[in-house]
Write a protein that binds this ligand. Structure first.
Ligand code: SAM
Length: 255
């Protein structure tokens, strides 16, 4: 089965069709991924004294479920209802309950969530790079800022696009967040487009389009939205060598 997804005309979360949502858990590789990063995020959020956490890109729930299992009060949102359906099923499977879960576009996050404010917000799994427009990124970050309480923390991660653009794609696969038997690589890669292809063991093929966000640009955007004290990690560690990590994590605070 081959399913080239064309999201050119629609919002990026429309790429997550029910078919892709079904495959996503294999792609994500929950167990290995949580073994590697679950404790890091739980510790980071916990050390900040957070209780109320919003997962802004819940997907099928890998981080939201892990945070809920760790005892945080988790609100799970995502632009894709297809993904949220899976996330709710996964929450039940792992014996946790979300405080709330709903389909929300980041661009309308603050309007939809009203006066609700959170101690921490996470936007993980390379999700923020689904936005292709500079002004949309600014609007989304401003909305994320507004749903945080003063002193609240935002964590965003992304692939190391700087390295891919400057030196070509070569994942060490130690921090690639895919499960077993999934072959992933860029089908198109240049300054304005990173189109990734995922080939599953049964031959199912999907593509996702992402914007190759540079890390300095994201830091700038975070500061532009009003966030302060932006800290960066490379593959969950700091300091890190810019060209020697697969993923970058940025942690920012609302003053
Ligand atoms: N965090 C999950 C994980 O790591 O498995 C999901 C990551 S998936 C790459 C990206 C998610 O971001 C998708 O579930 C998609 O629906 C969501 N997304 C993309 N653009 C969005 C937007 N503008 N508003 C809300 N969610 C969006």
């Amino acid at each position: 089965m081959s399913q080239a997804l064309n999201a050119e005309a629609g919002w990026q979360y429309e790429q997550y069709t029910p078919g892709f949502a079904d495959y996503w858990d294999d792609l994500v590789g929950w167990e290995t991924r949580l073994a590697r990063e679950g404790a890091f995020y739980n510790r980071l959020v916990g050390a900040h004294g957070a209780k109320k956490v919003i997962d802004l890109a819940t997907g099928t729930g890998v981080n939201a479920v892990s945070l809920a299992k760790a005892g945080f009060d988790v609100t799970a949102v995502d632009g894709s209802e297809n993904m949220l359906i899976k996330a709710r099923e996964n929450a039940e499977k792992y014996g946790v309950k979300f405080a709330d879960s709903r389909a929300v576009d980041w661009l309308e996050l603050d309007q939809v969530m009203g006066t609700e404010q959170y101690d921490a917000a996470v936007c993980l799994g390379n999700s923020f790079t689904h936005l292709f427009d500079h002004e949309d990124r600014r609007t989304a970050l401003l909305a994320m800022y507004r749903v945080l309480r003063p002193g609240g923390m935002l964590i965003i991660d992304q692939r190391n696009y700087d390295d891919m653009l400057d030196n070509g794609y070569s994942s060490k696969h130690t921090y690639c967040y895919t499960g077993e038997g999934v072959d992933v690589g860029p089908a198109e890669l240049h300054r304005t487009m990173a189109r990734f292809q995922y080939v599953f063991a049964d031959g199912a093929t999907f593509q996702l389009k992402m914007y190759p966000l540079r890390q300095d640009y994201l830091t700038h955007l975070l500061e532009d939205a009003g966030f302060i004290n932006v800290e960066r990690y490379g593959d969950l560690q700091k300091p890190y060598y810019r060209n020697d990590v697969d993923f970058i994590q940025q942690v920012a605070y609302r003053p």
